[in-house]
Write a protein that binds this ligand. Sequence first.
Ligand SMILES: NC(=O)c1ccc[n+]([C@@H]2O[C@H](COP(=O)([O-])OP(=O)(O)OC[C@H]3O[C@@H](n4cnc5c(N)ncnc54)[C@H](O)[C@@H]3O)[C@@H](O)[C@H]2O)c1
Length: 261
Amino acid sequence: MQLNDKIIWITGASSGIGEGLAYVLAKKNCKLILSGRNVFELERVKANCNATTEILPFDLSDFDHAKEHVAKAIALFGKIDVLINNGGISQRSLIAETDFAVDKKLIEVDYLSLVALTKALLPHFIQKQSGHFVAVTSLMGKFGSPYRSGYCGAKHAVHGFYDVLRMEHQKDGIDVTLICPGFVQTNLAKKSLTGDGSLQMTDDQATKNGLPVPVFASRMIKAIEKRKFEAYIGRKEVLGVYLKRLFPRLLHYSVLRSKVR
Ligand SMILES: NC(=O)c1ccc[n+]([C@@H]2O[C@H](COP(=O)([O-])OP(=O)(O)OC[C@H]3O[C@@H](n4cnc5c(N)ncnc54)[C@H](O)[C@@H]3O)[C@@H](O)[C@H]2O)c1
């Protein structure tokens, strides 16, 4: 399935991966709906896309109004073909030093907001007997790494939810793709939550050495077009998925030795 000319809704579209996806999809003549919190940044991204790009600002943690956000998104072009649940926040703090409020925020933004939007959009996909849910999780949704307990928990939960969604609604022509990035050169690390909920503000070396956003975005779009169930996109860190599956104890000690923060 080519994404050309499709109507695609992207969350977290004001920066990083979401922004990069918007530019590649705009070149494919897609009609785009860009969501995020920062209207100024969304307008900036929109100005760099094609003429059929709209913005729909809202906070992902406002999931009590998910049905209203979905109704507005459908009204923009009359239907939606693909929802890319991309927006999210990360974490850099040890479990023993992390306030419970931080765990709650991570589960709300990185898991519950995706569930809320997906459930609100599902009746539309069932009614038209087609649609594609894409969730940007992480390799941290497949295995753990220190300093990211709440983030890993939320991203693992995303996998559980969407695996079930795929099983329950394949009969309705609905596809589900889970995208697991390794390290990608965005500001995610800088905006990561520390133990008291404040932002880390500094970059990680691993993120700086990650895939450039345009490279990542192109590979992600290919995975969506192939209707992959799951795609692991990164450099050598992707091996962690296979180590976890085959040699979990080896992965455990490799992650500890790598001292990735
Ligand atoms: N960059 C990486 O190395 C990496 C690795 C694994 C997974 N990911 C995932 O990729 C996705 C995109 O992240 P990114 O790397 O582009 O970082 P980013 O910080 O540039 O993008 C995240 C986007 O989500 C938005 N967002 C965060 N909280 C929000 C809220 N409450 N309401 C609305 N929007 C909100 C941010 O404003 C931002 O636009 C995230 O889900 C992240 O977990 C990134």
